[in-house]
Structure formats: C-alpha cells, structure tokens
Write a protein of this length. Structure first.
Lengths: 246, 124
C-alpha cells in the first residue's frame, strides 16, 4: 500500500531528502511519495522533525540534500502557488478585520475562492467585521482553516491545525475539513498530536521519529493487519528503536 | 456529532455494518436514496474516500445500487434484504451462544435463561 514512487499519481515526492540546521540534523535521508486525492496525517512527538517535513513540502525550507517535488516541480518559494500552507503560529495583521483578511488573501492568491471563504466563515459563525486582535483563540484557529481551505491548490498542508483548542472547536474544524477539502483535486497533509481524534479522517499516516520516517501506512491496514489503533501503532514504532539502544 | 469507532477493525467495515443495521431496523427503506458521499462523510465524521469504500462494498453485497447520475439507492430486492436480516440474526446468536458456552453454561441453561429473560422483559 505504501506504493512505489510513481510521480504521475503523486503530489509530493521526497528523494533522499535531508535538512541540517546549524549544529543539528532535523531530517535525514527521507524518501516517500504522497498520492493525490488523499488525507495524510503526519504524527510524531515534539521535535521529531514533523514541521520541517511540512515546510520542505511547502517550499518554505530548502533541503540540504536530496530533492523535493511538488506537483512534478522542484519545491521552492514559488511552490506557494501549488500549496496552501497553514502555519502553526498566527500570521495575521491584528488590526485587520476578518473581512479585510479574506480580501487580502484574495489579492495575494489568484486561486483564492472568496465565495467559499465566506461560506466557511459563516459555517463557523465568524463575525466578518471583528478585528483579528479581538478574536478568541478558537476563532483565530478557525480563520486559519478558512484561509487554507478556500485556496484551490492541489496540495494543502496544515501544521498542527488542532493544537491547543478545546474539543468543540476541534470537532467543528474536523467537520469543516471533511466538508471542504476537494478530494477529487486536492490532497491534505496535516500534522497533529490529536491522533485518536483524526484517525477516522485519514487515508494514510506517517510516523516521524528522530528525523526519519519510522512508519508510513494506510490506516485501514494498521487496523485490519495489526488490530490496533494509531496510538498503539505509534507507541510500538517509536518504542522499538529505544529498546535497540540506538 | 462525530461517531465513535473501534480501532480494531477498519472503519469502512464498521460503517458497512452500521448501514446494514439501519436497513434491517427499517430506518432506511428499500428504494430510498442514500445521502451523497460528502454528506455521509460529514455525518459520520470520516474521510470521503472511506464512504466511497463503504458504498462499493454495499454495492458488491447487493444491498445498494447506483443509478446513473442519481446517486445510491437501497435495493428493492426483497429476497436479498431478507437474507441480510437472517445473516445478522445468525451472527448475533452465534456470538451470544459462543460466549455462553465459553463460560460453561449448558445448552439447556442457555435456552431456559433466554426464555425467562424474554418473559421478564417483554418487547414494548
């Protein structure tokens, strides 16, 4: 099910990718492909290299070695045309209103669908005239979701979209992902710690540990072959290495 | 509300069973149109690809039929629906009987306890 690297069906290809920062290696020798039209979860403990992997596939980081292809092209700063990236931090102008923020994105990105943005914002009951500075944490998180889901890019990458949110906000965001990702044309890659909660949402899951892909499988295979859930799978795979003492 | 799933069986199989039970309970009628893939995905809180999988499986089983351009419908093939109801009964009875025998109840005890339970708690 992992599949051979087949660029035609893949939206992302990593070939021997490494990323070093001064004094430390964040990602080493990673090769994998992400098929089109799926939802992929990237899981792993803090500091495992998840964010670096997501930034590499969004063209926001340059690999130190190997190659990253997005939609058949080498990933770089221009990849933002093909990738909608939801960052973990907030990147709004706090003086802007919600409406002005949506307008700003419409101008920034040609593929931004303002009608879809307004409809998702309405489903979240976001007040368009509210200033960003006045939004609750949950509503800032929802606004980020609106911005990412309203872009019509082949790849949508979300770094921790559920982190630090209460269960009701998380649930509304998960529902919105299901309702608004265009599975015929889009692939969603998201990192999260809420492993149990997003399990029903995922086609495949990738476990990153110490800068390596430790596991990459269809969720269905994990459930039917091992008869376990993702949390146990994650625990088993990240524990093995430690017992080997490596 | 997002549905709860067990992690020990693929979600699509759990949903196949759920839909079959809805049909047996008559919550969904023969010939009735099913909601769209997207709507079912939102309702169950699962990936739309999983719902596609569920529909493919139910169609293969002959429980639902796709009508070109109109979506998916529950079959009106009564013998097939009766067979499904019988299969579900068989499954539930087997599970119950296996568990009772496993802890050592005799068949006479099992039959007697079922009868007395049903008498004590009549169906509304």
């Amino acid at each position: 099910m992992t599949g051979q690297p087949n660029s035609a069906d893949a939206v992302v290809v990593f070939e021997g990718v490494g990323k070093k920062f001064i004094g430390r290696t964040a990602v080493s020798n990673m090769s994998f492909t992400i098929p089109k039209g799926q939802i992929i979860g990237v899981i792993g403990i803090n500091g495992s290299g998840k964010s670096t992997v997501l930034k590499l596939m969004a063209g926001l980081q340059k690999p130190s070695g190997g190659r990253v292809l997005v939609n058949g092209q080498t990933a770089n700063r221009l990849s933002c045309r093909d990738v909608a990236f939801l960052p973990e931090q907030d990147v709004f102008y706090s003086a802007h209103t919600v409406r002005r923020t949506l307008d700003f994105y419409r101008v920034m990105f040609q593929d931004f669908n303002i009608a879809k943005a307004l409809s998702i914002a309405e489903s979240f009951e976001l007040d368009l005239d509210q200033r960003i500075a006045k939004l609750s944490k949950g509503n800032r998180a929802r606004l980020k979701i609106v911005l990412a889901l309203s872009r019509q890019t082949p790849l949508v990458v979300m770094d921790e979209p559920l982190s630090g949110l209460d269960p009701l906000v998380r649930e509304s965001i998960i529902k919105s992902l299901i309702a608004n990702v265009d599975m015929e044309r889009q692939t969603l890659v998201m990192s999260t710690h809420e492993v149990g909660e997003i399990e029903p949402l995922l086609d495949k899951v990738m476990l990153i540990h110490e800068g390596e892909v430790r596991g990459y499988e269809a969720v269905e295979d994990i459930q039917s072959e091992y008869g376990i859930g993702l949390v146990s799978w994650m625990r088993e795979l990240s524990g093995e290495r430690r017992r080997d003492g490596i | 509300m997002v549905e709860q799933f067990s992690s020990t069986q693929p979600i699509y199989m759990q949903l196949v069973q759920r839909v079959c039970r809805q049909i047996v309970r008559n919550e969904v009628q023969p010939g009735e149109k099913l909601p769209s893939v997207r709507d079912l995905a939102v309702q169950f809180g699962v990936n739309p690809n999983t719902v596609q999988r569920v529909n493919m499986e139910l169609e293969r089983m002959g429980i639902i039929e796709s009508r070109r351009g109109q979506g998916m419908f529950v079959t009106e093939d009564q013998p097939r629906l009766i067979m499904m109801r019988e299969q579900l009964k068989e499954e539930l009875v087997t599970r119950f009987a296996d568990e009772m025998r496993d802890v050592g109840f005799t068949d006479e005890e099992i039959v007697a306890s079922v009868r007395s339970h049903l008498e004590k708690s009549p169906d509304q």
